[in-house]
Design a protein around this ligand. Structure first.
Ligand SMILES: Cc1ncc(COP(=O)(O)O)c(C=O)c1O
Length: 401
């Protein structure tokens, strides 16, 4: 579904195409300007390294978002957050995009997705309890879960990157074996494989979780970034998800990680748990961040659609570039997310090819083993860059292999 015509004023200003839709945002930033940025992607490595690692995008801020922030600054509206601005905007977006209504009284504002996950896990597990994850998976899942004194149990994806119900069943049994509470931290869409789980896969996981009394916490931060050919199914819309939670944010799809805010959403039977989340958690998000995220969800869907088209072109380009320069690398073009998961095992560069690409090729990718079981011999490449940067990255990888 394309919803660009619903965009508010401002969406079609700088860089607009003839039909009023903003131009592909991945074509708008010069490398020279990107290198002036002071965020993690651009400052973690020396300037001779081309960075395609952490999930920041090489895009300008969408005009409606910039307008909202400018307006807040002009008013001095830089205090504490209040009301349901974010929840209402997410409800509007989810209804248009996925036909999913989100009642504001089943949401809680949280500082960001990872801290929201921690707070929700605190509601449904105790120290020492297990949290099941589908490896290879977003590295901070391991870090945050361990940091809050819970145990990670891996239920690896299949070789094709799909949810494996038999493996989940075993992991849920292990997680609950001593009568303890347990949770399943689902990544949907999945980072790093870019898998977009189907309704059947999700309903199967929900049924298994219910059978074992495991509570599901779905990280849906990448949900707006689903590419042509796939459809995101919000976890809370599948049968059996009534006791589950979801975490959502505009931060990935609109590159707003520096404007902290996210929402936790409870299924109808989990609202009672969410209501016990301490009030002070809601003090964490940035008020200006909330205004920015709400503007993105309400008024920058045309920008998002242009981004999705650009990512779709980039995944085709990446396939061609790899075929030409690194034919041994296996790449299943991602269904969603800005992340490309590359199987480099045939190159014979060992468990951590990213280290070799960095040292010899001066290109920064994410290291496969950091994503847990199934990550060895792989790298994660951030596709949210210009075609020129992608070409240069693959050229550098090939020179290092
Ligand atoms: C799956 C997933 N969850 C959470 C995050 C981080 O979100 P936040 O900055 O809102 O904590 C990321 C960032 O890339 C992510 O990929």
């Amino acid at each position: 579904m394309r919803i660009s015509d619903l965009d508010g004023a401002g969406a079609g200003t700088a860089g607009a195409s003839a039909d009023g839709r903003p131009a592909n945002p991945l074509l708008r930033c010069s490398l020279e300007d990107l290198r002036k940025r002071t965020s993690m992607k651009w400052r973690a490595y020396p300037p001779d390294v081309l960075p395609l690692w952490v999930a920041e995008m090489d895009v300008p801020v969408a005009e409606p978002v910039a307008d909202a922030v400018r307006e807040a600054l002009a008013l001095g509206d830089t205090g504490y957050p209040a009301g349901t601005v974010y929840a209402d905007a997410l409800d509007d977006f989810a209804a248009r995009r996925w036909g999913w209504r989100i009642p504001a009284d089943r949401t809680a504002i949280v500082p960001d997705v990872m801290l929201g996950i921690v707070e929700v896990l605190r509601l449904v597990t105790d120290p020492g309890d297990a949290v099941v994850v589908n490896s290879p998976v977003y590295t901070p899942f391991y870090q945050f879960v361990s940091h809050m004194d819970r145990r990670v149990i891996e239920a690896p994806l299949t070789a094709e990157g799909r949810l494996d119900h038999a493996t989940l069943d075993t992991a849920f049994a292990q997680a609950t074996s001593s009568g303890r509470r347990a949770a399943f931290l689902l990544c949907s869409p999945h980072n790093p494989t870019g898998t977009v789980h189907t309704a059947e896969e999700l309903a199967g996981a929900a049924a298994l979780a219910n059978a074992h009394g495991v509570r599901v916490v779905a990280d849906e931060i990448h949900a707006p970034v689903v590419l042509p050919g796939a459809t995101h199914v919000p976890f809370l819309t599948v049968p059996g998800a009534e006791r589950a939670f979801s975490l959502l944010s505009a931060s990935k799809a609109w590159n707003l990680a520096g404007l902290k805010a996210a929402l936790a959403v409870a299924g109808p039977e989990a609202a009672v748990d969410l209501a016990t989340m301490p009030e002070e958690v809601s003090h964490g998000p940035s008020h200006v961040g909330i205004l920015a995220h709400a503007a993105a969800l309400r008024h920058a869907t045309g920008w998002l659609d242009s981004l999705l088209d650009g990512l779709d072109e980039n995944r085709r380009l990446l396939s061609r570039l790899l075929e030409e320069h690194l034919p041994e690398v296996r790449y299943r073009p991602q269904e969603g997310t800005i992340l490309s998961w590359l199987d480099c095992r045939a190159l014979g560069l060992g468990d951590d090819p990213a280290a070799v690409f960095l040292e010899r090729g001066r290109v920064a990718l994410n290291s496969g083993p950091s994503f847990g079981t199934g990550g060895a011999g792989h790298v994660r490449l951030n596709l949210a860059a210009s075609p020129e940067v992608l070409e240069e990255a693959v050229r550098r990888m090939a020179s290092a292999a």
